[in-house]
Every structure is written in C-alpha cells, then in structure tokens.
Design a protein around this ligand. Structure first.
Ligand code: NAP
Ligand code: ZN
Ligand code: ZN
Length: 333
C-alpha cells in the first residue's frame, strides 16, 4: 500500500526503516480491540531506521546516523507535563506513532510497518554505534515501558520485584530488574516458560495456578509489574505485595477486576498504571542498555509473516519479541 509521508520540515528527520518490533498493542489496534481504528491502520512503534536526510535546523542527527522511534512522534511541548519530560502524558494530547490524529498533516499517523518515516527530531532517539539493531528495536516500547516504573519506584539491589506475564514487555522487565540486582519472580500461565524465566535471571517462576506458592509469597514484593494484555483477576497479586508496595499495571486497558478495598486498606497497598516513558527517559533506557549489552530476545520475521506472528503472540507463544526485518521491502538498487 502507498502512504504519503510529509515533506521534510526544518526540524524533521527522514528515516529509512530497517527494523520494527511487533508489540501486542499493534494487535489490539488492527483487531479493533480498543475501539474502532482509523483506516488504513499502519502499526509499528518499535522502529530503528537509518537517517537519509535532515531538515535545515536539525542538530541531533546527520545523514547515516541510526535513529529510533518509539510510541510517540509529537506533543505540545509547552504544557506542564511536557516541560517535565513527560510527553507521553501531554495535557493537550500526545501524538502517538500510529493511529493518532496528526496535527501536521490533518490526517492520522502511520507507524513503522513502512519503508520510510518523517519525524521531528525531538522524538527520534539516538542509537549508539555498535548496538544490535534488530534486538534494540523492542527497547523503544517494551524496554521503556518496564524501565520507567523501575525508575519511578526506585528499584534497588535486593528488592523483590514480581513480573506478571512473560511476553515482550515481561521478558524486558525481567532483564531490567535483574540488571538492578533485584530479586525477580515471574508469574506465568505457561508451564513451558518456567525454564526461560530462570535463564533470563529470575530467581523463581510461579504458575498462577500454584496456590501453595502464592500463599508462601504473601506480603513479599516491593514492586509488581503486570503485563497481561486483558483484564484479569488482580487480587491474588495484590495479596503478594508488601505493606506500602505497588502493583503497576502496564497491560490491560479495561476496568480492573476484583480488587478488594479491604486488602488495600489493611495493607496500605497501591494499584496504579504507567504508560511508556518520556523522550529523555527513552534515551536513558537506550543508553543504559547499550552500556550493559541488554537487548531483547527476538525472532526476526519477514513482513509477509505478520499474520502468523500475531497469532503466535496472542497464543502466548512468542519468545520473546517478533521484529520485522524491513529489508525485503526495499527496492533493489
Ligand atoms: P505479549 O508479548 O503478548 O505478552 C503478554 C503476556 O501476558 C503473555 O505472553 C502471557 O505470558 C501473559 N498472559 C496472561 N494472560 C493472558 C491472556 N489472556 N492472553 C494473552 N497473554 C496472557 O504482550 P506485550 O507486547 O508484552 O504487551 C502486553 C500488554 O501491554 C498489551 O496489552 C500491550 O498493549 C500493553 N502495552 C502497554 C504499554 C504501556 O505503555 N503501558 C506499552 C506497550 C504495551 P505468560 O505465558 O507468561 O502467562
Ligand atoms: Zn508497544
Ligand atoms: Zn504537552
């Protein structure tokens, strides 16, 4: 399909898309699980590209550099939240990378399942030389979404962190919490992922159905990050939080299910949510991972394998992020 990209403005960067990660959000969108989508929907918000051209006022990039684009491409940059480096929480409405009203073109935005993109330089992340580009793409959504709560709730060595759901976000949460020398426990619905969780550095992996383990872990965790893509019964996870500890839901957008007011009140426990991270924090997670050689575990696919990949993600069968190799879209020279 042909889509139009805007002409390069003074502050814009033109990217040749090399790799694009496949986030479960892409599936929620193309299957209209979050309400009707704008058509055509071009998903993709874990984008790595090579800079092909820069506008006259661009200072952050030169031709040939590698740039990354995550979940947003614009915001007002003047509201209190934008000024606090929280563009994702822009009070005037953040422009998401795809399927968002585009204030520049008047249409809607198109994401990274495409050949080229034009993005204002502030929203393009510098990718340090030497990074494994395909395995770095998922850091731009899965990485920042799990890094940001660990920064905000200041995860420290020895703290107990639980990760619910071992998929794209979950496996990055494990790697990032292990890098902080936290003691990590994975909660999974998939018996086949228990060995993987340990390989990724978790001390323990527990099946949701293991009521003995859930009982043993009562009042145990400093922070829980839940990455489950649908509403689920949260109480069993509230029960494993310590006094004053926090459960951060980064997955389900639906109404939260069955959280007992009594348990929050008696244990002064917190249930909250978090959305990606700001641009400065996204640069921070990229630099953090570059310094520590942290990358996603990926399966590289061709664009024509996308439907099969979506089915495998939905069936909890991704190990642990699909990344589209865009090379086959490029016109041979
Ligand atoms: P994913 O790769 O599909 O991983 C989700 C994992 O949740 C699954 O692998 C599975 O792990 C577990 N799970 C438990 N119950 C499930 C069910 N009923 N259906 C499917 N999986 C179930 O997804 P992801 O890309 O990590 O994204 C997770 C969610 O976060 C999605 O809803 C996505 O839209 C959202 N998201 C939010 C943000 C944000 O800013 N907050 C950013 C990116 C994505 P086990 O097999 O271990 O149980
Ligand atoms: Zn995403
Ligand atoms: Zn703003």
């Amino acid at each position: 399909m042909q889509i139009e990209r805007r002409a390069l403005g003074a502050n814009d960067v033109l990217l040749d898309v090399l790799y694009c990660g496949v986030c479960h959000s892409d599936i929620h969108h193309v299957r209209s699980e979050w309400g009707p989508d704008r058509y055509p929907c071009v998903p993709g918000h874990e984008i790595i590209g090579r800079v092909l051209a820069v506008g006259s006022a661009v200072t952050k990039f030169k031709v040939g550099d590698i740039g990354g684009v995550g979940c947003m491409v614009d915001s007002c940059r003047t509201c209190d939240n934008c000024l606090a480096d929280r563009e994702q929480n822009c009070l005037n409405g953040v422009t998401l990378t795809y399927n968002s009203p585009d204030k520049v073109s008047g249409g809607h935005t198109f994401g990274g399942y495409s050949d080229k993109m034009v993005v204002t330089e502030h929203f393009v992340i510098r990718i340090p030389p030497g990074m494994d580009l395909a395995a770095t793409a998922p850091l731009l959504c899965a990485g920042i979404t799990t890094f940001s709560p660990m920064q905000y709730w200041r995860v420290e060595p020895g703290q107990r962190v639980g990760v619910v759901g071992l998929g794209g976000l979950g496996h990055m949460a494990v790697k990032l919490a292990v890098a902080r020398r936290a003691e990590v426990t994975v909660f999974t619905t998939s018996p086949g992922k228990i060995a993987d969780a340990k390989r990724l550095g978790a001390r323990e992996a527990v099946l949701w159905s293991d009521s003995e383990a859930m009982k043993r872990l009562a009042n145990h965790f400093d922070l829980l990050i839940t990455t489950v893509p649908r509403a689920f019964s949260m109480q069993q996870f509230v029960d494993v939080l310590k006094l004053d500890a926090t459960l951060v839901n980064v997955g389900a957008l639906e109404d939260l299910q069955s959280v007992s007011g009594r348990s929050l009140l008696f244990g002064r426990k917190n249930v909250t949510g978090s959305m990606i991270g700001g641009i400065a924090e996204t640069q921070e997670v990229i630099d953090y991972c570059a310094a520590r050689n942290i990358k996603a575990d990926i399966e590289l696919i061709r664009p024509d394998q996308i439907n099969e990949a979506y089915d495998r993600v939905v069936n909890r069968d991704v190990r642990y992020r699909f990344v589209i190799d865009m090379a086959s879209l490029k016109t041979p020279a």
